[in-house]
Design a protein around this ligand. Structure first.
Ligand code: HEC
Length: 133
């Protein structure tokens, strides 16, 4: 085969393989549908209004002054989080949230806890490059 033709054949094979693999990855995204309750939406709003993300990460994204809160619901438990929010500490401000706002935040953190993990050491990397938690 002429070298020019061979080049085209290799390029075409690579492009087709790339397209096939991209489509395959796109169609098999490991997205899990988790139903979102009303309180969770409200909790997200409280989270955003008080800019908790300035100091805290969720799924590893956010500020680094405070700890990642993705799995704080199981790691610390609702009673601990509630007490923490009601009092604040020397480094974490007390936001003077009311009972409903704290309950909504707890629902939000519980939902996040159920939807993923923050610690990359617990992740499994598959041979096709995707990650499982
Ligand atoms: C100014 C930065 C800042 C903001 C804003 C902030 N936090 Fe914190 N938070 C911290 C720091 C720092 C700690 C660790 C404090 C400590 O251990 O004394 C902390 C700790 C916590 C903890 C305990 C985590 C653990 O594992 O011990 C929870 C829960 C928490 N924050 C929730 C929130 C929520 C919800 C908001 C928004 C309403 C918020 N934080 C906003 C700085 C902040």
């Amino acid at each position: 085969m002429a070298p020019e033709k061979l080049k085209h054949l290799i390029a075409a094979t690579l492009v087709i393989t790339f397209l096939y693999y991209s489509l395959h990855l796109y169609l098999s995204l490991p997205v899990k549908g988790i139903p979102v309750a009303n309180g969770v939406q409200k909790g997200k709003k409280v989270w955003q209004q008080n800019n908790c993300t300035a100091c805290h990460q969720i799924y590893g994204l956010g500020g680094y002054l405070g700890p990642d809160l993705t799995n704080s619901y199981t790691l610390r438990g609702p009673a601990y989080i509630k007490a923490f929010l009601q009092t604040g500490t020397e480094v974490m401000p007390n936001f003077h949230l009311n009972e409903q706002e704290i309950d909504a935040l707890l629902a939000y953190l519980q939902n996040i806890d159920a939807s993923g993990k923050a610690d990359p050491r617990t992740f499994t990397i598959n041979t096709n490059g995707t990650i499982e938690q």
